[in-house]
Design a binder for this molecule. Structure first.
Ligand code: MN
Length: 257
């Protein structure tokens, strides 16, 4: 088995080292990741300047690794197209420092890197460890290994990506894995308005999470209840439920407006 590993926290982050280490027993691992933190860059790609690739050594790991001055999606695209010999069997991303739950997946570079894998026809999964006072990625690494064991003889097509969120609690408090749907995360007071030393106003994204009741099988709720959340995500954003309604509303007819 061949894995392409990427992330959005940057190639020097602890989470990507753990993910690469946890996948090594299953086959070949190649790391292609941003040379600096690129969290919350979503699915951006670089078009207006060239991309530079630097071969690097990862501490304590004997894997091929590339640091790229681009976004997470750039890394996966370039990795599959140019850096790897042959298509990988999987694109695994993370382990992200912090959750990627609910609507936040749309901002996430980690999830977007996995989406890019899917777009390129490779089965992909994204891994995120919830924030905590300490960030110990070792259990999350075990979860990644378990995901490989489950997926390897299954018929998952690259149309679906596996979004995995791991609660930040001691391993013995984990209650198991749960298949979940995305919840919704809404924030209030998104920006703090301040003044710079020259008297000009600036805004800094802050935001407080609005706690609202959610279904028990939503990803946010599951991780709160100490379950590892496994969400199948489809990057085709079509609302299939609304297709017929749109036709009935008159968006579809044979005469030009
Ligand atoms: Mn991140």
């Amino acid at each position: 088995m061949k894995f392409l590993v990427s992330n959005d926290d940057g190639i020097q982050s602890e989470g990507i080292l753990q993910l690469a280490a946890s996948l090594m027993p299953f086959g070949e691992v190649v790391v292609a990741a941003p040379d600096m933190e690129r969290s919350a860059t979503g699915h951006a790609i670089t078009m207006s300047r060239p991309l530079r690739v630097r071969k690097v050594k990862l501490p304590g790991l004997s894997v091929e690794a590339y640091a790229i001055d681009g976004t997470p999606a750039d890394c996966v695209k370039l990795g599959i197209d140019e850096l790897l010999e042959g298509k990988p069997d999987y694109v695994f991303t993370g382990i992200n420092r912090g959750a990627n739950l609910g609507t936040d997946v749309l901002y996430s570079g980690t999830v977007s890197a996995a989406v890019e894998g899917c777009i390129m026809g490779v089965r992909s999964a994204a891994f995120s460890l919830l924030f905590g006072e300490t960030m110990d990625y070792s259990y999350a690494g075990k979860v990644a290994a378990e995901v490989v064991r489950i997926l390897r003889d299954k018929d998952l097509t690259p149309d679906t990506l596996v979004n995995v969120n791991i609660p930040n609690v001691p391993e013995d408090q984990i209650r198991g894995m749960m298949v979940t749907k995305l919840g919704h995360r809404k924030y209030s007071k998104n920006y703090e308005k301040r003044q710079d030393p020259r008297g000009r106003t600036y805004y800094w994204l802050a935001g407080e999470l609005i706690e609202e009741p959610l279904d028990w099988d939503m990803d946010i709720e599951a991780t709160k209840n100490h379950y590892v959340s496994i969400t199948p995500l489809d990057y085709n954003l079509t609302s299939f439920a609304m297709l017929d309604t749109f036709r009935k509303w008159g968006f579809e007819n044979s005469s030009r407006p």
